[in-house]
Design a protein. Structure first.
Length: 437
């Protein structure tokens, strides 16, 4: 059933009962079919509970999504790597699906102003990176938290590049906005894995058996009555419990409300876990124009001294993926896809020659900040607020639970955090379903 926006809004405002959606009432409604929602659903189903996942998009996977058609190789528009593979909870998805992880991005080539850095600069870059970690560890011994930008102050171009790999190109925020505690909570990157079909494609296969109502946006969770209601753009659903997995950008900017209202501490937690921005520009060329080994990771500063990060010849194709983050990603999103494409082309042309400019065959530019169901790439705590993740994770009004990458105390920002939080919220919901009311 479709309702006009006006009628829908007037019904929500007036608290009018919307028509019920779907037949039998599930034990648990899960809002969002990303990794967190799918993990929660699968865990509840394994415990013989009935679930319905309600998803605003017309696909599952959320911020894990692969474009398998445009380039002839899988392009992950969102999550791509399983980092810290020895301990990452998301490795369970690969195990469940019998998929072998592929070790990824071992070596980096460094370019400054279009020329490869001399050997001694590689050694110095490594030392800068090691010193940076030590400085951040020391900073946390002296104070509970501090913006990374106060600890890491670049004195020369190589330091600027190394620190960009901590801030915009790793965390999706500038160093001054980055919490040292939130950054240092993350386990070491290595070993880093990718999956041959693309991580998004794997997640879509893994979640395929979960019952999902697609194209249905939840606007309000109401736990004031006997059942918990999920008011959606397609009508109303009810269940014994609800798990909310939408990104903090959606919780903050909605439209997404709760009755009763979330506590002030919970609202503050959402405000202090804003969305970082990290985007990708994928390009393919008509013939071989990039002289580099397959899958080479290239980082550097272009002639304008802007930092960049790229993978060239992914899957041994005549292609490249260029990554942008933080303030620069925001600016490029504002300027439009043409600007992001121009940035990527010129960073590559400085290194591999201007010939590639005339040979662009296909391109794709992500714009996660403009995506209404993500509103950014992942949550990063503001300085002093790393502990807000566990506040966000707490249940609301007994039967409304929170999952999603932003709620995980260790693996936040990543697929591993989404997965672990989904399992945690499923356990919390099971405890309520088993309890007498
Ligand atoms: C460009 C980019 C690169 C990344 N790279 C990596 C990486 O290499 N490795 C890694 O581990 N992580 C990476 N991440 C982060 C990773 O994608 C996320 O941490 C993870 O996918 C989040 O899963 P989630 O289930 O918490 O949220 P989501 O995947 O966002 O799922 C939430 C779901 O809720 C839906 N939704 C939103 N609003 C509503 C509503 N009102 N009603 C109903 N449904 C709604 C959304 O459509 C979405 O499907 C990357 C992210 C981006 C954007």
């Amino acid at each position: 059933m479709t309702l006009s926006r006006r009628l829908f809004l007037s019904m929500v405002m007036a608290g009018t009962a919307l028509p019920a959606l779907g037949a039998a009432e599930p034990d648990v409604i899960i809002v969002g079919a990303g990794v967190a929602g799918l993990a929660a659903a699968r865990a509840l189903m394994a415990a013989n509970k009935s679930v319905l996942v309600v998803e605003a998009r017309d696909r599952i996977g959320g911020r894990a999504v692969t474009d398998s058609t445009t380039f002839g190789f899988p392009f992950d528009l969102g999550a791509q790597w399983i980092e810290a593979g020895r301990t990452n909870p998301a490795m369970a998805i690969l195990k469940e699906m019998n998929v072998r992880p592929v070790p990824d991005r071992q070596e980096q080539a460094i370019y400054i102003g279009g020329s490869e850095a001399p050997k001694e600069e590689y050694a110095r870059f490594e030392k800068i990176a090691i010193d940076a970690s030590r400085k951040l560890v020391d900073a946390l011994k002296k104070a509970p938290d501090v913006p990374v930008g106060r600890v890491l102050v670049a004195q020369d171009p190589l330091e600027r590049l190394a620190y960009a790999m901590v801030g915009p190109l790793e965390s999706g925020v500038e160093l001054g906005e980055l919490s040292t505690r939130d950054f240092m909570r993350q386990p070491e990157r290595e070993p880093q894995y990718s999956v041959p079909e693309g991580l998004g494609a794997l997640v879509a296969r893994w979640g395929a058996k979960v019952p999902v109502k697609l194209g249905t946006r939840v606007v309000r969770i109401d736990s004031t009555g006997g059942q918990v209601l999920a008011v959606t753009t397609n009508g109303q659903l009810s269940a014994k419990a609800v798990i909310v997995t939408v990104p903090t950008g959606v919780l903050a900017n909605g439209p997404f409300g709760f009755a009763p209202q979330l506590s002030a501490t919970k609202r503050e937690a959402i405000a202090q876990l804003p969305m970082a921005l990290y985007n990708k520009v994928a390009l393919s060329f008509g013939r071989k124009v990039i002289d580099a080994p397959a899958g080479r990771s290239v980082i550097g500063l272009n002639r304008k001294q802007e930092a960049f990060d790229a993978i060239v010849r992914p899957y041994n194709r005549d292609a490249a993926i260029v990554f942008v983050g933080g303030a620069q990603a925001r600016q490029l999103e504002e300027e439009g896809t043409g600007a992001a494409l121009a940035f990527a082309m010129s960073a590559l042309a400085e290194i591999y020659g201007n010939d590639l400019r005339g040979l662009l065959a296909r391109s794709s530019v992500t714009r996660w900040g403009k995506d209404p169901f993500a509103r950014g790439s992942w949550s990063m705590a503001t300085p002093g607020n790393a502990d807000k993740r566990s506040v966000l994770a707490q249940p609301h009004h007994d039967r409304v639970f929170f999952a999603g990458e932003a709620t995980d105390p260790v693996w936040a920002t990543r697929v591993g955090g989404a997965y672990a939080s989904g399992l945690r919220a499923a356990r919390e919901a099971l405890a309520v379903l088993g309890a007498k009311r």
